[in-house]
Design a protein around this ligand. Structure first.
Ligand code: IPE
Ligand code: IPE
Ligand code: MG
Length: 246
């Protein structure tokens, strides 16, 4: 029996978001530098991206670098940026072969020009791909995203483009980095931490959560399937009673 047999293809999360955590601890456990963990983590990214596309998940968002991660030692930040460039260069083929469109959320102006250039190029080259949208959260912070949205909406009110009474969920959605994505259905966080760390605060309003102790560099197909199977066993009630949705 194949491992995916227990997965119901009609009840997949439309939007899966992953907080890829534990690279540093994984390396430390092996007596290696944190950078080694980040490098090994890229293999897990490739496995998960390909597997999600194969399964038929339409939107996958990966938390790759937070606004708070800028506070790490400069050497580590530099390593992560370099790794990002080499991954973007190296994985273009994977994206094209699997019909995956690359997208990004976050404040790209804070990224080094070389990263921004590579990212923009891969986004442009994959823009017509249809099978799955892969969104990288880079220099992403949910609070910053919300502040930016509030500023932009305020400007529109000030300039009489919209009125205060027009402001609803849809208007807010349109002003977030994620404006072209559906709400998150499932969040996976690896490494045993049970927190959100400023990730998609608005978009996870009704998401399901799956936490695993597996460290990101060890995360493989089986771990992804376990998370999806757990998700599929849950009853999402959205405020209603169980009887109402049966
Ligand atoms: C996740 O692993 C990668 C990033 C946050 C960029 P960490 O680097 O946070 O690894 P730990 O949590 O220190 O083990
Ligand atoms: C969250 O991981 C950010 C990413 C996975 C990119 P962190 O390791 O930075 O989170 P905290 O600071 O431990 O909450
Ligand atoms: Mg961490």
């Amino acid at each position: 029996m194949s491992l995916t047999e227990n997965i119901n293809k009609d009840n997949l999360p439309k939007h899966l978001a992953i907080i890829m955590d534990g690279n540093g601890r994984w390396a430390k456990q092996k007596g290696m530098l944190r950078a080694f963990g980040h490098e090994k983590g890229t293999k897990s990214v490739r496995v998960v991206v390909e597997e999600c596309a194969k399964l038929g998940i339409e939107n996958l968002t990966l938390y790759a670098f937070s606004t708070e991660n800028w506070n790490r030692p400069k050497l580590e930040v530099d390593t992560l940026m370099k790794l990002l460039i080499s991954s973007l260069k190296g994985e273009l083929k994977t994206l094209q072969n699997n019909d995956i469109r690359l997208n990004s959320i976050g404040n790209l102006d804070n990224l080094p020009a070389s990263v921004k250039k590579e990212l923009t190029e891969v986004i442009a080259k994959t823009k017509d791909n249809k099978r799955m949208t892969l969104t990288l959260a880079l220099s992403y912070g949910s609070r910053e995203e919300i502040i930016t949205a509030v500023k932009n909406i305020s400007d529109k009110v000030k300039n009489n483009i919209i009125s205060t009474t027009d402001i609803d969920e849809s208007i807010i959605n349109q002003h977030l980095y994620t404006h072209n994505l559906p709400d998150v259905d499932l969040v996976i966080r690896t490494s045993g931490e049970h927190r959100i760390s400023n990730f998609l605060l608005w978009q996870i309003a009704y998401a399901e959560f799956y936490f695993t102790d597996v460290l990101w560099p060890d995360f493989r197909e089986k771990d992804l399937y376990d998370a999806i199977i757990s998700y599929q066993k849950r009853e999402r009630r959205f405020g209603k009673t169980s009887e109402q949705i049966k």
